[in-house]
Structure formats: structure tokens, C-alpha cells
Design a protein around this ligand. Structure first.
Ligand code: IMP
Ligand code: MG
Length: 176
């Protein structure tokens, strides 16, 4: 059990909602009157995605992909592909929605997977980016917050599948 007093708040509920409102407005401006398909990377991104799509006012669809690479606080390096999208995305504007980019393995895999389906355009929105760790050969279009390499939980992010329901982002003090 993780005790509540071991959780140190890193990003507050208010900071999350104001930053997501900004990103939503930027996305709405970027696509003007064109529609977009949000591809949400499960499980961690579901809360960010649900707030982000309500912060945009363009026509959109939502689909989900599920990949895993993490166990506890460690990235395993190997990607397990668990669930495909079912939307036809060739010729459409796609935005991949990620909770956090750590090593970059997951987003590298998902980006290539979606690119191979020939979308009209492909952009990426991530709530969090661990700048010191991520190895990326492309830019991330929208980053909510850059954070240090510490392990964080809450607002969709888990520690062994728990703590996703916290409404802010916390560091696990005393555990890492
Ligand atoms: P990457 O493949 O190393 O970039 O890790 C990406 C995935 O690992 C994310 O989509 C998360 O689901 C998970 N992850 C990475 N860092 C954290 C963290 O600090 N807390 C919770 N989950 C994380
Ligand atoms: Mg994720």
C-alpha cells in the first residue's frame, strides 16, 4: 500500500486544467475547419484524453490503442501490442494522445505503427515529457509539462495499476 503522506504533489489540478485548456485552443486553431482523429494510448492517457478532447471545439473522432512496456517503475524496453484501433485512418488528420514519454520506446512504436497506415497528417500530444531520458528522432507537437526523470502517478498514471484516480500528478516520495 502506498500511504497518502508519501505522495508529493508535482502538478496541481488547477495547473493541469489551465494547461490543457491552452493545448485544446492551440489544437482547435491548428486544424481550423478540418476534422481530427484522436488516438489515445491506453491505459495511462484516458483521463488526459477525456479532458483534452473536451477542450477542443473542432469535429473529432476518438479511438484507442493499447501497448505496454512498463512493470512497476521500470520500462522493460520491449513493447507488447495489446489492442489495435478500429477506425480507418488513411487520409485523416491524426493526433496521438500520450500520458507520458519516458524512454520514448512507446511513442516511437506507436508513431511508426500509425505512420504506416498513411494518415494525411500525424501529430503528437503528451501530457508529460521526461526530457532527460527521452530518445526521439522527431518533435512532439504539444507537451503539457516537462518533468525530471522521477516516477510520477495520478491523473491516469499508475504505479502497478493503482493510483490512476488521483486528480493531480504526484511523485512517490519514499519509494523512489
Ligand atoms: P516509455 O516507453 O519509456 O517512453 O514509457 C512510456 C509509458 O510508460 C507511458 O505511456 C506510461 O504508461 C509509462 N510510464 C513512463 N513513465 C512513467 C511514470 O513516471 N509514471 C507512470 N507511468 C509511466
Ligand atoms: Mg502510456
Amino acid at each position: 500500500m502506498i500511504e497518502r503522506e508519501n505522495l508529493k504533489e508535482v502538478i496541481s489540478k488547477e495547473e493541469l486544467s489551465s494547461r490543457i485548456a491552452e493545448i485544446g485552443a492551440e489544437i482547435s486553431n491548428a486544424y481550423n475547419l478540418e476534422s481530427v482523429v484522436f488516438i489515445v494510448v491506453l491505459n495511462g492517457s484516458f483521463i488526459f484524453a477525456s479532458d483534452l478532447i473536451r477542450a477542443v471545439d473542432i469535429e473529432c473522432e476518438v479511438d484507442f490503442i493499447k501497448v505496454t512496456s512498463y512493470s512497476g517503475m521500470k520500462s522493460e524496453g520491449k513493447i507488447n501490442f495489446e489492442k489495435d484501433i478500429s477506425t480507418e485512418i488513411a487520409g485523416k488528420n491524426i493526433i496521438i494522445v500520450e500520458d507520458i514519454i519516458d524512454s520514448g520506446n512507446t511513442i516511437n512504436f506507436v508513431k511508426e505503427f500509425i505512420d504506416n497506415k498513411n494518415p494525411k497528417s500525424l501529430k503528437i500530444a503528451t501530457l508529460l515529457l521526461k526530457t532527460k531520458i527521452a530518445k526521439l528522432s522527431f518533435k512532439i507537437d504539444w507537451v503539457g509539462f516537462e518533468i525530471s526523470s522521477e516516477f510520477v502517478v495520478g491523473y491516469g498514471l499508475d504505479y502497478n495499476q493503482k493510483l490512476r484516480n488521483l486528480n493531480a500528478v504526484y511523485r512517490l516520495g519514499g519509494v523512489n
